[in-house]
Design a protein around this ligand. Structure first.
Ligand code: NCD
Ligand code: ZN
Length: 348
């Protein structure tokens, strides 16, 4: 039984930082514990060119709290018109670590996404050649497909055909939420892995809908049935190097969440490490926490683990997290796991 745990400083392989006042308000929630994060490019307008990424990276670094050495790992937002040479140059300059594929209309700010994967094959071929990873939001957008089936259908219709036609392309299935997503990753012997969020380890669709709709549990991909949560949780806690943390922490102000048409996204940056220690402890898998948060991700992205460490401690009293982070853009509600949590980050 562990009461304290020292692990390599973690990384977040899928993070939304936004821009302006929101960026300034929420960035410390990540830099407090994490060494690096893959930064999602779905700003308005999106981060499409290497020049966009360079300027966004500068804005993030300028917003970092004094004295932190947080490293944002930038991504480009893939569109039907992306120039393969611009992508290759950004990678060789060390400016980007991945390219993000959103099917057009799949989620928040994805209108400029890919309308048909055939349109981006020249970019993907170039990426396969130079060893650049494609991060995939794996949901179809076909209005005929039920929202709870969109991840499974994407695997059959888009992901598997892509992996067969370009097996040398390194791909990440982001924020997987289904047993189908887990099984697909396990079926692939190389060049494919998946990130898993904190909240999908904790909530299923009942948490979202039973007893009243909970806007702060609404995210995309939407939480699924309990059997899927358990499959995803087993994958995360197993230590299998093909699964790692990508929080998908996605801040929206309360008025934008608590609305007749609320935005998708759970904000978990503040308490993710505590929640993960709780989950891995419950599943008797604390020895695998470091793999999930700090070792498996760098391996997939061809990077070294961070140098520093963090210490987690289990206390006798439940940990109190702030209910909201107050930004100059408005309040952002911190994900509430709905249960008492005893693990806290002691020092970094
Ligand atoms: C993300 C956002 O708000 O940008 N929302 C979410 O529910 N995860 C977009 C995304 O990653 O799908
Ligand atoms: Zn996301």
């Amino acid at each position: 039984m562990y009461n304290t745990l020292k692990i390599t400083r973690p990384d977040d392989w899928h993070l939304h930082l936004r821009d302006g006042d929101m960026l300034k308000g929420i960035l410390p929630e990540t830099t407090r514990h994490f060494g690096r994060a893959i930064i999602m490019p779905n700003l308005v307008p999106p981060v499409i060119t290497s020049n966009d990424a360079k300027r966004y990276r500068e804005r993030i670094l300028a917003a970092c709290p004094h004295g932190t050495d947080f490293k944002p790992l930038m991504t480009l937002y893939l569109t039907d018109k992306t120039d393969p040479n611009d992508v290759a140059l950004a990678f060789s300059d060390g400016l980007i670590n991945a390219v993000k594929y959103y099917p057009a209309g799949a989620t928040t700010n994805s209108d400029s996404g890919v309308t048909n994967i055939k349109n981006v094959m020249p970019v993907l071929e170039k990426m396969a050649e130079i060893g650049l990873t494609l991060c995939i939001h794996g949901e179809v957008t076909d209005p005929d497909i039920d929202i709870f089936d969109r991840e499974a259908v994407f695997i059959d219709r888009v992901l598997n055909p892509l992996r067969i036609s370009l097996p040398e392309l390194k791909t990440t299935s982001e924020h997987i939420t289904t047993k189908n997503g887990v099984d697909y990753v396990k079926s692939q012997s190389k060049n494919h892995a998946a990130s898993i969020t904190t909240h999908h380890l904790i909530i299923n669709r009942n948490h979202l809908l039973v007893g009243g709709i909970k806007p702060h549990y609404y995210c995309l991909p939407v939480a699924k049935r309990e059997e899927h949560r358990l499959a995803v949780r087993n994958a995360a806690t197993s230590g299998d190097s093909r699964f790692f943390l990508g929080t998908d922490s996605a801040p929206h102000t309360d008025p934008n969440k608590e609305s007749g048409c609320g935005c998708a996204g759970c904000f978990t940056a503040t308490n993710t490490m505590s929640l993960l220690a709780h989950v891995f402890d419950e599943d008797d898998a604390l020895e695998n926490l470091e793999k999930f948060t700090s070792l498996n991700g760098p391996k997939h992205y061809g990077l070294k683990p961070n140098n520093g460490t963090i210490v987690l401690e289990k206390s006798d009293e439940p940990v109190q997290f702030p209910e909201k982070i107050h930004t100059n853009d408005g309040p952002v509600t911190v994900f509430n796991p709905g249960q008492e949590i005893f693990w806290k980050v002691k020092k970094t």
